[in-house]
Design a protein around this ligand. Structure first.
Ligand code: FBP
Length: 551
């Protein structure tokens, strides 16, 4: 065995991902369905995507195959944050292309979308692929957050595709990257340039999904990693009985990760951003709600506990909404001027420019938040992982408890420890679910390419069920688009799937959380298991089981 890989890695390289018979049989055909209109802004989207708007849904079904067996040259790119299973998606794509025609080639673009328009790539050989099967991470070819949007970027992609003789490009990414896939597909269709573009639904956030896609890949591995750590902290809290743990969990916008980890570990408090928004709660309301649980527990002699906070919380608070919109618009208008300033001057500049209530709020925030709030990624998103919301909240809760102590309303002790679990969940060995799922996604992408399709994201249904029942197909990206403000500009984007308060996962949580707040109902899910009984190794996460009515 090589000395450069762990024993687990050596074993995982041998794992054979499970596939439904439809894909495994090799007798695959594409069945066309109906056209689905975008849920909102259909007219604007039709206008922006005249060449690719109106495509039908498609399903991969078993039958006499009429898919192309001509040799293909396909490119693949990993985009955005890593998510466990990316390497398997590439392996599935590779195996499917080679199964259809051993002369087909797979090109891996390096460092994310930029690798396409700057023409940086490597050929993915069987040897390369074999050394990454079932491993976590995106390090096989790297990733990046560059967009494919401007004229220069689109022309750069075209030039590279021409030089390489690319027939198709598979973009593995989240909502923004799949939107970019649609932009490139539209560009190619308009110019009658023969490059097909297919997207895969990736993100640990679990929000790149809808009625066509049960789950984005990487979510399962991430939530199991966090739930293991949170479960251990719950045990530690109950053992030491002296700390309140404020744990921020990754998930840029939606709270699926926090909700799932709460379902797996049953902490004392879990804030769900979507509920905060629906109830129009302010920061003060959230602080009060947490402090009340601390008081209740102190009355039972419990001066310890575990509190989960979704990293995207600030954007959902009623008093932050207008402020963040004003700030986003200002950053859009003054982008060049702000960038030209030294870092320490930027906060002062923004504080002076933001007027009214937004300006007042900004000035009151801790310096660490003020600075991070000025950062945006290339898609215009707040860099919420860098916001120390957990520390900010812990401090505010402590201040509130001190006030209540003075008023005689609280007699306990409060000592907070803060954590952020984010990056540790994105690159672990994929769970069996993510390993199987991503392999199938890559395999399905190859079939859509063989069928001549472009401007589609691979769709996946029945994922809560055993693999045999999984169904794959394609959903036109334009059918999933809506219009949103980014840096003050209206842009087409795939609508993020947020936690729905009337659906089973949140309902289950809401029905139990009062008990979890006071009693110690902590669960220890333990580490991810790759070997052993199928009910442990192949188990589905609670979100998927509850949504499918299987729990
Ligand atoms: P994607 O949407 O690209 O999959 O990334 C998700 C995510 O992990 C978020 O949960 C997090 O807020 C963000 O990436 C962190 O970004 P970065 O890796 O650039 O720090």
């Amino acid at each position: 065995m090589s000395h450069h890989i762990s024993s687990l890695e050596a074993h995982r390289l041998q794992y054979k991902p499970k596939m439904p018979k439809t894909l495994a049989s090799g007798r695959i055909k594409i069945e066309k369905g109906s056209f689905v209109e975008p849920k909102a802004n259909a007219a604007e989207i039709k206008q922006l995507f005249p060449a690719t708007y109106g495509y039908p849904l498609v399903r991969l079904v078993e039958g006499e195959s009429d898919l192309s067996t001509a040799p293909l040259c396909v490119g693949v790119v990993l985009s955005g944050g890593p998510a466990a299973g990316g390497h398997n998606a590439i392996a599935g794509l590779f195996d499917a292309l080679k199964a259809a025609n051993p002369q087909s080639r797979l090109i891996g673009f390096l460092g994310g979308p930029k690798g396409i328009f700057t023409n940086k790539w490597i050929e993915l050989t069987a040897e390369k692929i074999d050394s990454y099967r079932n491993t976590g991470g995106f390090d096989m070819i790297g990733s990046g957050r560059d967009k494919i949007e401007t004229k220069e970027q689109l022309e750069g992609c075209e030039k590279t595709a021409k030089e390489l003789g690319l027939n198709a490009l598979v973009v593995i990414g989240g909502d923004d990257s799949n939107t970019n896939a649609a932009v490139l597909a539209e560009y190619c269709a308009t110019k009658k340039f023969p490059l097909q573009v297919i997207g895969l639904p990736k993100t640990i956030d679990g929000d790149m999904r809808n009625e066509f896609i049960d789950m984005s890949f990487g979510f399962d591995t991430a939530v199991r990693t966090y739930a293991y750590l949170v479960g251990n902290i719950c045990r530690d809290a109950r053992s030491g009985r002296k700390y309140y743990h404020f744990i921020k969990l990754m998930g840029r916008s939606a709270s699926h990760v926090t909700l799932e980890v709460a379902l797996q570990t049953q902490p004392n408090v879990a804030i769900i951003s979507e509920e905060v928004k629906a109830r129009k709660h302010t920061l003060d309301d959230v602080v009060t709600a947490i402090a009340q649980v601390v008081v209740q527990r102190a009355e039972e002699g419990k001066n310890y506990g575990v509190i989960l906070i979704p990293e995207g919380l600030l954007e959902f608070l009623a008093d932050f909404k207008v402020f963040l919109k004003d700030l986003g618009a200002l950053l859009g208008q003054e982008e060049k001027q702000i960038e030209a300033l030294p870092k320490e001057e930027r906060v002062k500049f923004v504080a002076a420019k933001l007027s009214g209530a937004s300006g007042e709020l900004y000035k009151k925030l801790p310096a660490s938040l003020q600075e991070v709030l000025l950062q945006r990624d290339s898609h215009g998103n707040l860099t919420v992982s860098q916001l120390e919301t957990e520390k900010f909240l812990a401090d505010l809760v402590e201040a509130r408890l001190n006030e209540w102590k003075e008023q005689g309303r609280y007699k306990g002790k409060f000592s907070a420890i803060t954590h952020f679990f984010g990056y540790e969940g994105r690159c672990g060995f994929p769970t069996n679910f993510d390993a199987d799922y991503t392999y199938c996604l890559g395999y399905a992408a190859a079939q859509l390419i063989r069928g001549g399709l472009s401007g589609y994201t691979v769709s996946a249904k029945n994922l809560a069920h055993p693999v045999e029942k999984w169904e794959f197909g394609g959903v036109p990206v334009t059918s999933m688009l809506t219009m949103e403000h980014r840096k003050g500009e209206l842009k087409p984007v795939i609508a993020k799937a947020l936690v729905e308060l009337d659906k089973a996962p949140f309902q289950y949580f809401a029905a139990n959380r009062e008990r979890w707040a006071v009693e110690d109902c902590y669960l220890s899910p333990g580490p991810i298991q790759y070997f052993g009984p199928s009910e442990v190794c192949d188990a589905r996460n609670k979100t998927m089981l509850l949504e499918a009515g299987l729990e």
